[in-house]
Design a protein around this ligand. Structure first.
Ligand code: SF4
Length: 440
C-alpha cells in the first residue's frame, strides 16, 4: 500500500489539492477528503481496464488507429474539434495545433455552460480575485443561480463559508451567506453535504433574474423603487440585500448556470439572453465597489474548463467557438459553437476530446454526430452515448498522468500521477496524429 498526499482532484472546478489517496497496486482503495462526487470517481477510475485504441468498437493497435484517424481527417473539409475540459494544458495546446493544421473549428465545453458569461465579460470587463482572497476576506457571500452542495461539494468548506482566518476568526459565524435563484428549487439549496443552510434565501420567479439585478442596481444607487415588476416580498428582500451589500467589508457573488440561462437540467430558457443577465450583474458589482470591495465569480463545473478557455485565448486570441478555416482565427459564438454547428449539420468529421457533455447536445446535433466519422479521446471509465469510429482511451490527468489544471478562479494547480497507466495522454495521441498528418 502506498499513501499519496496533496493530490489535486480533477472532478470539478474547485480542483481541491489536499486529497490523500491510498493506492494498492494499480487501484485506488481509499480517497480521503474526497467529496461525494470525487470519491466514487477515484475508486471507479482505477478499476476499469480498456484497450488503448478501438476501431469501430473492436480493440486495435494504437499505431493502426492513428493511421485510420489521420486518413479520416485528411479527407475532411469542415472538421470540428470539441471538448477539452477533461484535458490539461499540454493536451489543449496540442488540440489547438491540430485545429490550426486542419483549418478546423475548435470549441470547448464553455459553449454549453459559461459561454454567455464570457461574452458578458468581453462586453463590460471583470474585476477578478482568487478563491484564497475570498476565503480570507469575504463577509458577504452570495450564490446566484447555483447549488454548491450538488455541483461543488467542498466549495463552502474550503473557500466560501467555513474557513477561519485573521479577518474572519469565527469562520461561518462571521459571514452572511445568501442564496438567490429560481423559486422552484432555491429552498432546497444547501452550502455543503452536511446540510448547512444559508442565512438568507431569496427566491426569484423563473427568468426574472434580469429584473431582480436591475432593481438591486437601482436600490444601491438610492432610487426608491415603486415599480411592481417583482412581487412585494422579493422587493423587500432585495431592499434589505442592497443595504447589506453597501455595508459589508468584502462581498462576492458566485453565479452559476441558473443565471447564464444554460441550465443543464432544464430546457434552454425562452429568452436565451443569459449574457445580458451576467452583464447586468457585472455592472452591479462594479457599482458596489463605490461602497465595498466586491467581486463576481463563475461557478465552473468541469475540472479544467477554465484551462481550455485560457489555452484557446493564449493560442488564438479567443476563448471558445473559434474557426480556423481561413488560416486565421474567427470567433462567433452561435455560428461556431459545437452544438449549433452540429445541429445545422455542417461538420463532416469530429474529434471529441472528452465526451462528458454530449448529453447536453440537441437531438439534431447528436443525430448528425452519429452520421459522421468521430474520433474520440476519452477516459477509460467513460461510455459515450455515440459510437465513435476510432476511440483512443487516454490516461486520466491527476490520476495516471501529471499536468496542469486551472481552478475556477484561473489559478493553475499541478496534477500529480498516482497510478501507473497503460494508456497514453491525449497530448501524446494528438501529437502522434499531427506527426502522421504532416507525413503526407
Ligand atoms: S469539491 Fe470538486 S474538486 Fe473538491 S473534492 Fe469535490 S469534486 Fe473534487
Amino acid at each position: 500500500m502506498l499513501t499519496i498526499s496533496d493530490v489535486a482532484c480533477p472532478v470539478c472546478g474547485c480542483v481541491c489539492d489536499d486529497l490523500q489517496l491510498t493506492v494498492d497496486g494499480s487501484r485506488v482503495v481509499r480517497a480521503e477528503r474526497a467529496c461525494a462526487l470525487a470519491e466514487p470517481w477515484f475508486l471507479a477510475q482505477s478499476s476499469v481496464t480498456r484497450p488503448a485504441a478501438e476501431i469501430d468498437g473492436e480493440p486495435a493497435d494504437i499505431d493502426r488507429a492513428i493511421v485510420i484517424a489521420a486518413d479520416l481527417l485528411r479527407s475532411t473539409r469542415a472538421p470540428l474539434i470539441y471538448g477539452l475540459s477533461r484535458s490539461s494544458t499540454g493536451g489543449q495546446q496540442a488540440a489547438v495545433k491540430l485545429a490550426d493544421h486542419l483549418g478546423a473549428t475548435i470549441d470547448t465545453t464553455a459553449s454549453l455552460c459559461h459561454g454567455p458569461s464570457i461574452m458578458a465579460m468581453q462586453a463590460v470587463g471583470e474585476s477578478t480575485c482568487t478563491l484564497g482572497e475570498i476565503s480570507t476576506r469575504a463577509d458577504l457571500v452570495i450564490f446566484w443561480g447555483c447549488n454548491p452542495a450538488a455541483s461543488h461539494p467542498r466549495h463552502a468548506e474550503r473557500y466560501s463559508a467555513f474557513p477561519r482566518c485573521d479577518f474572519l476568526p469565527n469562520g461561518r459565524a462571521d459571514r452572511t451567506i445568501v442564496m438567490i435563484g429560481d423559486e422552484r428549487d432555491v429552498h432546497a439549496w444547501r452550502l455543503d453535504r452536511d446540510d448547512a443552510r444559508p442565512d438568507w434565501v431569496i427566491p426569484i420567479e423563473p427568468d426574472r433574474d434580469f429584473e431582480a439585478i436591475s432593481v438591486l442596481r437601482a436600490l444601491v444607487r438610492g432610487v426608491s423603487f415603486r415599480d411592481q415588476c417583482l412581487p412585494e416580498s422579493t422587493l423587500y428582500s432585495l431592499t434589505e440585500l442592497a443595504r447589506r451589500m453597501k455595508s459589508c467589508r468584502y462581498g462576492v457573488v458566485f453565479f452559476g448556470l441558473g443565471l447564464t440561462a444554460t441550465d443543464f437540467h432544464r430546457p434552454p430558457r425562452a429568452s436565451g439572453l443569459g449574457h445580458l443577465n451576467v452583464e447586468n450583474l457585472l455592472r452591479l458589482v462594479t457599482e458596489l465597489n463605490d461602497f465595498a470591495r466586491f467581486h463576481a465569480r463563475r461557478m465552473r463545473l468541469y475540472g479544467d474548463v477554465s484551462g481550455a478557455d485560457s489555452v484557446l485565448c493564449w493560442q488564438t486570441g479567443y476563448p471558445f467557438a473559434v474557426n480556423l478555416s481561413r488560416g486565421y482565427p474567427r470567433y462567433n459564438p452561435g455560428e461556431f459553437s459545437a452544438n449549433d454547428l452540429l445541429t445545422r449539420g455542417e461538420p463532416d468529421a469530429c474529434v471529441l476530446i472528452g465526451s462528458e457533455t454530449l448529453g447536453q447536445f440537441s437531438s439534431q446535433a447528436l443525430d448528425h454526430l452519429r452520421r459522421i466519422p468521430v474520433i474520440l479521446l476519452d477516459y477509460p471509465a467513460t461510455t459515450p452515448i455515440i459510437e465513435p469510429t476510432v476511440r483512443f482511451t487516454t490516461a486520466v490527468y491527476g490520476l495516471h498522468a501529471p499536468g496542469t489544471a486551472y481552478r475556477m478562479d484561473e489559478i493553475p494547480i499541478a496534477y500529480r500521477a498516482s497510478l501507473p497507466a497503460p494508456w497514453p495522454t491525449d497530448e501524446a495521441v494528438l501529437k502522434q496524429l499531427m506527426e502522421r498528418l504532416a507525413q503526407n
